[in-house]
Design a protein around this ligand. Structure first.
Ligand code: ATP
Ligand code: MG
Length: 337
């Protein structure tokens, strides 16, 4: 039987952080042998917020290299860049025309990011979830491993599939496939180091709010030293009045590979002065092999270009076939050359 297909991606809006890693990429790596995987760097999404043209390409390469450094295996997975395949933009347009406007204005991410853009909110920011639906649907993805913040966008994608199939497909021959989100219980929402009620984000203006996968040991030490804590002694999970404590213990649990019970027992009597160096050491040790692999990949001239060119070919063939199917269903003519 053919393997189920997985699709996911990260925007090149900055450096990958522990939230992206624990909420998404770690799960891609762990599940990859079981699935037929497509992982993209979603650079069309990256311009829905103000961006710097001078760093977009470099950020895109850095993220693709980090996918490999984190353990994405090209025998199971295809890595590509969204803007290399124009079918993403084209399907987004076609889906736009069946998307009710209020579905988009209701999205939490839109509301949160729009506030930050003030008077200059772009149509692109509003349209983000439709482009994301196009990304997923072009590959007939069965599963989409993402962090918890993307759950609402996945629900919108599923609703769009129903709308499209209902209007333009025969009941027994759907044109678009309905994907399922894959969201892990632990690590699906890593919180900011400076505010335990906000998620860790690439676009947070404060560098101190996140640990990036490429941060040096000194930087990691400094960020953990300065992260927000509370005055209470004894560290516990799941206390709603201590969001920072829960977040830091969860990071320690996931990065050290221990169970929740073991961490709860180890930290029950600890103060921050004892815990912070432990978390620092664990984080540095976990990221060390990823950073070494990243340097190796970047040092090999031309290697990433080859990976991305290969990815563009494989992904493009599938995406273009789906786009044709969608256009046929919508009644577009094909010019036979
Ligand atoms: P931005 O602030 O630009 O939106 P981001 O940090 O939210 O950046 P994205 O590129 O939007 O990162 O998301 C990439 C993947 O990482 C998605 O699957 C998303 O759900 C996941 N993710 C993002 N932030 C977190 C987080 N704090 N905890 C767990 N998963 C996260
Ligand atoms: Mg995001």
């Amino acid at each position: 039987m053919a393997k189920q297909r997985v699709l996911s991606g990260v925007q090149p809006t900055g450096n990958l952080h522990l939230g992206n890693y624990l909420g998404a990429i770690r799960n891609w790596v762990e599940g990859q042998h079981q699935y037929d995987n497509f992982f993209c760097v979603v650079d069309l999404h990256a311009i829905t917020v103000p961006h710097n043209p001078a760093t977009l390409t470099q950020d895109t390469y850095t993220i693709a290299a980090l996918y490999l450094a984190c353990g994405i295996d090209l025998n199971d997975s295809t890595i590509f860049v969204q803007s290399h395949i124009s079918a993403h933009s084209e399907l987004a347009w076609l889906l736009n025309c069946i998307t009710p406007l209020n579905w988009l204005t209701d999205m939490t991410q839109y509301k949160e990011k729009a506030v930050k853009q003030g008077e200059n909110v772009s149509v692109g920011l509003l349209d983000y979830p439709v482009l994301m639906a196009a990304d997923i649907l072009l590959y007939d993805a069965d599963k989409v491993p993402v962090g918890e913040d993307q759950k609402q966008h996945l629900e919108l994608t599923r609703d769009l599939v129903d709308t499209f199939n209902h209007k333009f497909a025969k009941p027994d021959r759907p044109v678009l496939k309905k994907p399922d989100p894959l969201i892990r219980a632990e690590g699906a929402r890593v919180m900011s180091l400076t505010d335990g009620t906000k998620k860790m984000s690439k676009s947070d203006p404060s560098e101190l709010s996140r640990i990036n996968l490429l941060d040096s040991p000194d930087v990691i030490q400094n960020k953990i030293k300065r992260c927000k804590t509370d005055p209470t002694r004894g560290l516990v999970f799941d206390d709603p009045d201590r969001p920072e404590c829960n977040n830091l213990l969860t990071l320690y649990m996931l990065l050290s590979g221990q169970t929740k019970e073991a961490v709860a027992a180890e930290c029950r009597e600890m103060g921050w002065g004892q815990f912070k160096p432990l978390l620092t050491e664990t984080t540095i040790a976990h990221l060390k092999p990823i950073q070494a692999k990243y340097q190796e990949i970047m040092a090999e001239t031309g290697y990433l270009d080859l990976v991305l060119r290969d990815g563009r070919e494989k992904a493009g063939a599938i995406a273009n076939a789906t786009l044709l199917r969608v256009k046929d269903a919508l009644g577009y003519s094909r010019v036979l050359v």
